[in-house]
Design a protein. Structure first.
Length: 534
């Protein structure tokens, strides 16, 4: 496939961008019709693109680009279970995890909905057992805490979902998440728990990830130290594609939940990786979460590109990244329950599309994924917004809020929403020079943002929101012609950590170290042996 920048649609967009160089959002935002044309909705989710520096003409050219890059055909290939993750020869069929029989998802011609349903039924049994007290700890006490041990996609999805949907949690079971190999993470979680009433979920697609296995083994020692080794089968369950390794760990088949190689880690919250969410919300609300994602899937699969929310969100991102040259993208949820969303989207976007080589193995000719960062509003306003408003780089932004408050209290929510409205307006409009406005009080404005407004943050809308972003990332990957479903960039560091772990733990030499790493290692060893490290 030719690089996007060499295509007629890209060239037309570049010309259009040059022609619009003098326009300012201050002028564009005077036009109600333009705002109407750039605002889209699905169910309880509204997407307002009108504070981006684009017009309906820009969108038409971006749609032409999507057509030229074959977005619809790639989307359909993904839905058909083709091995679109070519470097790993795998399908990317996370949509099947929230599908229904009539959706007909299949991999290599074999329908998958039956297997998906079987795992959901197993989860439902397990959740019901924990809930009704037939599944207890080794001493017969009901579980009060569930600790998920996983990292990356085996942590972030259930972590942010449990947080976002905390108001829907059933009483009695507190979800906790341990990911870092730094023992502080596990220690803090264990200190808050009683072995007799703690259930562990070891979540790892591979069941080999260093951090997860280290934490799982330490947790097992903590448990067996208190309750003996027979307790392991009662207190541990696992979610993995590596059943044998989980059984070797001591997990019984009744507590072993499978998933499939066609589910990427960062797309796996819809699988049994979502078990902590199902345990704490109950299975019905977990199914609502899946149904919300399915609504977005059907919309993505069935709606013309020009009205297709994930496609439009992706195209606005392409415009900002490749034509406006935004250096980074910030995610700003004006909702404390979504404070984990920037981290989640960081993995989703940067691990998926942070690639410099295209699907044909050639270097890409244009920037791909931006740096993604963010924080809950209004906190971020008192930290990094200064740079968003007056810094030297253009940063694009997503502002996200829910109309209904999770915790109605006085005028808190009015103030929160007022800030959600004020900040993007300030970014867009700026403040001109004038009497009493010295240079350091001027705001250039013309800084782009997208608003996503939810009627309320509930399991269904939250499912829609995450699926919206999944498909956005997919569409951008198609346009840039990168494989959004592999992540070989994480491998080299893991390989180098092996000999360094042995060097630190066993005192052996690590071959082939550079001078800087050798010197740091020597300093650590000197400090450990009682020296001051110098
Ligand atoms: O860091 C790379 C990665 O493979 C992620 O893509 C993945 O989500 C994470 O590690 C955890 O992997 P696993 O589920 O196999 O433990």
């Amino acid at each position: 496939m030719p690089p996007p920048a060499s295509t007629p649609a890209w060239q037309a967009l570049a010309d259009h961008h040059r022609a619009a160089a003098g326009s300012h959002l201050r002028d564009l935002l005077g036009d109600d019709k333009r705002t109407e044309a750039l605002t889209f909705a699905l169910g309880g989710l509204c997407l307002d693109l009108s504070k981006n520096r684009l017009t309906p003409d820009t969108l038409a050219l971006l749609i032409a680009l999507a057509d030229e890059r074959g977005v619809a055909a790639r989307r359909d290939a993904m839905a058909a279970g083709e091995a679109i993750n070519a470097t790993e020869d795998r399908a990317a069929l996370h949509m099947a995890l929230r599908g229904r029989a009539e959706d007909g998802f299949a991999v290599g011609g074999t329908p998958v909905q039956g297997e998906v349903q079987a795992v959901l039924d197993h989860m439902a049994d397990f959740v019901a057992g924990v809930e009704n007290g037939t599944r207890t700890g080794a001493t017969g006490k009901p579980f009060t805490d569930v600790i998920n041990i996983g990292i990356g996609g085996s942590d972030q999805g259930p972590r942010i979902a449990c947080r976002a949907l905390a108001p829907y949690r059933r009483r009695g079971l507190t979800p906790r998440f341990v990911s870092n190999v730094d023992a502080t993470d596990l220690t803090e979680a264990l200190e808050a728990c009683d072995p007799e009433t703690t259930l562990f979920v070891v979540s790892s697609k591979t069941f080999t990830t260093q951090e997860t296995m280290t934490n799982a083994m330490t947790a097992r020692r903590w448990l067996t130290g208190a309750l003996g080794s027979d307790a392991v089968a009662k207190h541990f369950c696992a979610v993995t594609t590596n059943d044998d390794a989980a059984r070797d760990f001591g997990i019984g088949d009744d507590a072993l939940f499978g998933f499939w190689d066609w589910v990427g880690g960062r797309y796996s919250v819809w699988s049994a990786i979502g078990l902590p969410l199902a345990l704490t919300l109950g299975m019905n609300l977990f199914r609502d979460f899946l149904a919300g994602a399915r609504d977005m899937d059907r919309h993505f699969l069935e709606t013309p590109l020009a009205e297709n929310l994930p496609v439009l969100l992706a195209l606005a991102g392409i415009w900002n990244r490749n034509f406006e040259r935004a250096a980074a993208h910030t995610v700003l949820p004006y909702d404390q329950l979504l404070d984990g969303l920037p981290d989640y989207l960081q993995q989703l976007e940067m691990e998926s599309n942070g690639k410099a080589v295209d699907r044909d193995g050639a270097p890409v000719a244009q920037p791909t994924a931006p740096v993604v960062f963010g924080q809950a509003g209004t906190n971020g306003q008192h930290a990094f917004y200064q740079l968003l408003h007056q810094g030297t780089d253009l940063i694009s932004a997503d502002f996200i809020a829910a109309v209904a408050p999770a915790h109605p209290a006085g005028d808190h929510h009015d103030k929160l929403l007022a800030n959600f409205l004020a900040q993007p307006a300030a970014l867009a409009l700026g403040r001109k020079a004038g009497p009493g406005v010295p240079p350091h009080k001027q705001f250039p404005g013309n800084r782009p943002s997208t608003a996503i407004l939810l009627d309320r943050l509930d399991p269904h809308t939250f499912g829609m929101l995450l699926a919206l972003y999944e498909h956005k990332v997919f569409v951008q990957g198609v346009i840039w012609n990168v494989n959004s479903f592999d992540q070989f960039g994480v491998e080299l560091g893991k390989e180098l950590a092996g000999p360094l772990t042995r060097a630190l733990a066993q005192g052996v030499e690590a071959p082939g170290l550079d001078a800087s790493t050798r010197s740091l290692l020597a300093r650590i060893r000197r400090a450990r042996s009682g020296g001051d490290g110098s």
